[in-house]
Design a protein. Sequence first.
Lengths: 647, 198, 93
Amino acid sequence: MDFFDRFAVPHPSIAIYASMAAIGLTVIAVIAGLTYFKKWGYLWREWLTTVDHKRIGIMYLLSALLMLFRGGVDAIMMRAQLAVPENTLLDAQHYNEIFTTHGIVMILFMAMPFIMFFMNFVVPLQIGARDVAFPRLNALSFWLFFMGAMLFNISFVVGGSPDAGWTSYFPLAGNEFSESVGTNYYMIAIQIAGIGTLMTGINFITTILKMRAPGMTLMKMPMFTWSALIANVIIVFAFPVLAVLLAMGTLDRQFGTHFFTMDNGGMDMLWANIFWVWGHPEVYILILPAFGIYSEVISTFARRNLYGYKSMVGSMVIISLLSFLVWAHHFFTMGQGALTNSIFSITTMAIAVPTGVKIFNWLLTLRKGKIVFTTPMLYSMLFIPLFTLGGVTGVMLAMSAADYQYHNTMFLVAHFHNVIIPGVVYAMLAGLHYYWPKMFGFMLNEKIGKWTAWLLSIGFIFAFMPMYVSGLDGQARRMYTYSEASGFSLMNMISFVGAAIMAIGFVLIVYNIYYSTRYESRDISNDPWDARTLEWSTHTPVPEYNFAILPDVRSNEALWDAKKNGHVLFKGDYEKIHMPNNSGIPFIMSCIFFVWGFSFIFSLWIPVIVTTIGIFVCMALRSFEQDHGRYITVKEIEETETNLRGA
Amino acid sequence: MKIDNSLPLEYSTEENSLKILGFWIFLGAEIMLFATLFATYFTLENRTGSGPTGAEIFQITPVLFETLLLLTSSFTVGLGIHAMRIGNKKAMISFFSITLLLGLAFLGVEVFEFVTYVHEGATLQTSAFTAALLTTLGTHGAHVTLGFFWGLFIILQVKKRGLTPQTTNKAFIFSLYWHFLDVVWIFIFSFIYLKGMM
Amino acid sequence: MNQLFPMKQVLGFVFSLLLTTVALAVYFLDMSFAAGMTILLVTAFIQAGLQLVVFMHAGETKDKGAIYTNVFYGLIIALVTVFGTLLAMIWDM
């Protein structure tokens, strides 16, 4: 029995049993549905084995939306628990698990795949390429991310969720204080997803550096591609740090080493230090592509070229370097001296400068523009004031002396939600509305979209502004309840109301997708927004090979040039196109990784050894494989092009 | 597939030059991987708990052997690439085989070194210092082990398929990896062993 | 036979053996910590540069700009990470 006891959830509640039943039923329903409609072959051929960057992008999008709701439910439960003092909706343990999984799911399994979706779907189209540099590696990246996310999510019903916070600081995360396998899930699931992310980084840097359309020099790249390039540079140099950190955490928890323990020389502070060496650049991995999307949206709907292109690029390059120079500001109160804190205070405040440059560039783009208030533009306009507020409180937090007051309070929680929600989440939603027609051939409903944007913003203000106040009054974060006498009741109740309004907003997004799928017109052009960059110059839906003829680029707004200045984008005749073959190895290898991860978490060493061998066999097979891809003939291209033009 | 004959075979196709640049970027990531391990090691270097210190367990002889073996293997893999570029398949295979044998010898000495440490009471679980030391060395050793099998597969492919754009590309990328492991070893040699014994 | 042993690589190998010998001085000779570290830093970084240029052919294609930028960017961040960690965890604790 002991063996099976480990798989049981240590602190079960009705919610967990209900989720178990729901997960079980969903799995059965999906399998039954696929069998009944005979879709297994379709699923395998068109999705599981695909190496097409557009399809991989769409799979990232689906995962991100799924995880958005997982993390969102965690959030609403936390706010409900804190809505009134001495609440007993959740107990302390359950609350700990929920704030831990909320953080990890939202950052690593919602925001990350969302930006991966944009990079996958948009970057090759924007630079006029036919795919990424390493299409099969791209599939492997996605599947590793996906398996990591799924592995993390089953912790909820098998063995127990991690409960040491998304930062998982030692000694709390060590064996002494976290006995369940929850923190093992943290170490292994994030490790697997992280490997996938690192490979994406390498893939996209190579793609952007080497596969741009003829004539597109670096300084003629659209701004989103620039932001993707810089974000991927940060990924490549930050994610190895996370890999080493998680490996050391695993060694401490499962092999009895003393990196972060309290005895035999271990140093728990080192975990916090290395965590933030990765963790702070990670923030910029999320926000830079978001800035890129805002740049595209604002320039499109202000009907003007982006103001200060060079300073935009320059400020991103500076941010990418500075992002590695500020990590200690996450633990100003840990005990290091004034010298260290001063250095990191100054570098942190310095980041506000390039960020401010970007804000002013967007404002100056709007100046004298003919602004069109579409849903993506509305999100961007809501972003500028709300994000600036978050940035200003960030500068407050950057002052190490003052940080002793803010540290670990709700003030901090308010700050980082204030930059992440208007900064990242709004960009993701703006981008979702903006690129939806290119993906699926119809627009999302504008009216519902605008309602959503306003609801989210009003909800956001109600949910997070009170936290600044209660934080300055001393309400600590991560506390599962508080007393009536503390006086935090009103602020927390307002927060709960705000969270509920936001929840309505998120439900409206799903409704909008449903509504638009049923009722929106399919009769749209390739360029429904009157946009400026190359992704809008090809057909909708985008053919497999993206561009029948590679575009010839003369400026950073190639399509606008073609529309307004008569520049000819597509010159010459069709030639046969080389495309990569689909492959099942990435999917199979990631499934083996999933089993490997699960066995590792529960220290089942025999399956670990077997699956490790399996992984290496997959790699060896790949090494010996000879796959030169295939060609699409000129005749096939002509047929596809005629069909798409006729439609 | 377009083949550009003005370049060495390993760069000759579009795909090949993508792979070489991609691998360089991967090496950039590897720099950070080892930098994190070094940062950990330097922080925990003097936190030996009740276990032995570096000066007590390091020995110059095995370390010197390891260094010479790896330096020489880096030289021979370079010669292998040179032989490949002048189209001498036989010499290339010989040089690659020598490289892998030297790598194997390096691993042998490293295993001997680890066994000695364990006998002297410096195991992975002894202290923060030993954990950081053995993890850093072990990560490098694991890279060499992986490289050994990778190199083996490439020799087999060159034997079977000859010097094609694909096999030469793989061999060249492997050589980058192997040289990089030598660079990492130079830092381990200088800042873990020599600094520890100084 | 000469054809198989290009001068550049042989000299590179000899030079790297020489640098290793110089580094060994810190073990065999008695010197201050500062002097020893200086020798180690100088020899290690020259060795690394040697491998990069002579053996790894970093500068032989038109991608050399990207390759060198990548390596130097990595190096700078690596040094910042190592020294920043030492500053926060040991020197200024």
